[in-house]
Design a protein around this ligand. Structure first.
Ligand code: ADE
Length: 224
């Protein structure tokens, strides 16, 4: 899968994909992430990419020309399945959307800044708008990083058996059950006996019960 990202602060996106599972996905050739600096696509002096909003009001707006230059020059090289704008007023990202997007070949992500991007870009180019939660970030970069991570780990071959996404929270609309590792006893806090029993069927049953109980307590909305 190829993910291209347009940003005014591409430096913010250097580290998130350079470690751990995202690094492995890239090293294996399963995920290719490239960040493009919007300022490389502006013809305005001093690499300007934002301007005052028509009608007045506080806050700058990302201008249409640099964005369209960037989008169209990338489109000339890649046929994108989706052009996604990260924005607090987008559709809330969840595991289902991450699953769906992980099956695509080419995605283009646009990171907003300031008051957002000129609405005409949204009307004419953006195919999907995604929010990572009901709070406002300084820009779309961290949201893009979250989204790429959530999608990237679902690409077939990225996770091995031990880290399989099938046992993640949300994958079956349930939160994940509690997990433990050595030592069996720390202070007087013991690991549940069932996990040490070696009875795989019982362990699985216990995990299912725990997942259900945890979901009922913490996120009953997932069971609706
Ligand atoms: N940009 C600013 N806030 C955001 C959010 N919550 N989700 C996605 N993009 C954003």
């Amino acid at each position: 899968m190829k993910i291209d990202i347009i940003s005014v602060v591409p430096g913010l996106l250097e580290s998130p994909f350079a470690h751990s599972i995202m690094k492995r996905a890239r090293d294996k050739g399963l995920l290719e992430v490239t960040c493009y600096n919007l300022r490389d696509y502006t013809n305005y002096p001093r690499a300007q990419v934002d301007d005052y909003q028509f009608g007045g009001g506080a806050g700058m707006v990302m201008m249409i020309e640099p964005l369209v230059n960037a989008i169209e020059s990338l489109q000339a090289k890649t046929n994108y399945d989706e052009i996604i704008y990260l924005t607090p007023d987008g559709e809330r990202l969840n595991q289902k959307t991450a699953n769906q997007l992980s099956l695509k070949n080419n995605l283009l992500l646009i990171c907003g800044h300031y008051k957002g991007i000129d609405e005409r870009v949204r009307e004419h180019f953006i195919t999907k708008e995604i929010s990572i939660g009901d709070y406002v970030l300084s820009g779309g970069e961290l949201a893009a990083a979250v989204m790429v991570d959530a999608i990237g780990r679902l690409i077939p071959g990225v996770l091995n058996d031990e880290t399989s996404a099938l046992t993640d929270s949300f994958q079956d609309n349930l939160l994940a059950p509690p997990v433990y590792t050595r030592p069996e006893v720390f202070r007087d806090w013991k690991v549940p006996d069932i996990l040490l029993s070696g009875n795989h069927a019982k362990v699985e049953e216990w995990r299912q019960e725990q997942a259900l109980q945890r979901t009922k307590e913490r996120r009953p909305d997932l069971l609706d």
